[in-house]
Write a protein that binds this ligand. Sequence first.
Ligand SMILES: [Zn+2]
Length: 331
Amino acid sequence: MTYQELVGRIVALQDEGLELFNAGKSVLGKNILATHVGDYSGVQILIQGGIHAREYISSLLMIEQARNLFKNDLVHGGGIYFIFLTNPDGAEIVLDGIDSVSCDITRQYLTIANNGSVDFSQYKANINLVDLNTNFNADWGGGSQNVFCPSTEDFVGFYPESEREVRSLVNFTLKTKPLLTISYHSKGNVIYYGFENQSSEDIARDQAIGESLSELTGYPLIFTENSTGGYKDWCINSLKIPAYTIEVGDASLPHPIGEENLQEIYIKNKDVPLLALEKAKEYAKQIDFTSPIVQNINNGKQKSNAKGYNARIQRFIERRNSNWSGNSQRR
Ligand SMILES: [Zn+2]
């Protein structure tokens, strides 16, 4: 599979009637494609995948999930956002090789980090050699596997949310206000829940929902330990919502997990989005839930960015002018 074929699969969902929009942009300016299935009113949940470059099997899974839900009109009284490929720059390197990187210096930099090898099939990071799922602001840098120097995996970035993909996902989440999130990764056939310092009430809530997901998929449920800075961690820590990492594909399979395994993975995960939405609706009844006003948000549009930028420039100039007049008065 090539990168263009992968993106082509996502884009082809439009031909079947699904609406595509951008959840944001990658470092290299690629669109982070998303869709929404169901109603824009009521409880929303968000499912994202492909945040690690070599794990595009998760994108293929989510394409099938979204197609099935839309085609059979299965989602009512709430909605589900799918962000298919959070790390498009990284996926392109895995799928098309290092020669797909047009900048000489970047290509050399990545090859050095890859121990001089041109085999990038095991690559996890984004184009900046940051492991995006360690770059979120949730006890950033506190994970046992974290590294603090650019690397093909586990580099947390020079500061939290340093990466455009991470800021895109954070902004998109804050705008769409999901009550539950799922992050699809590979591999291992397990579900991770919970985060350090989470309240015992929230752990109990997340464990109960997680057990339902575990029962459905047959994947064991495991409490997260010694892992920080992930999207799931940020959702739990900052937003106080249930969030899960689901690792698909048998642990014995080599990375990247190929499409020949998709059918088996899809069968196990087909009904995960619907079950997660139903569970989110149930717990919404127990909290002071107000239906968010949501829509197909095109995140990071040039126009709104420019407006915000110009407003910040304007504030800067005003502050500078007032400082100057202040200084002159003091003189
Ligand atoms: Zn992963």
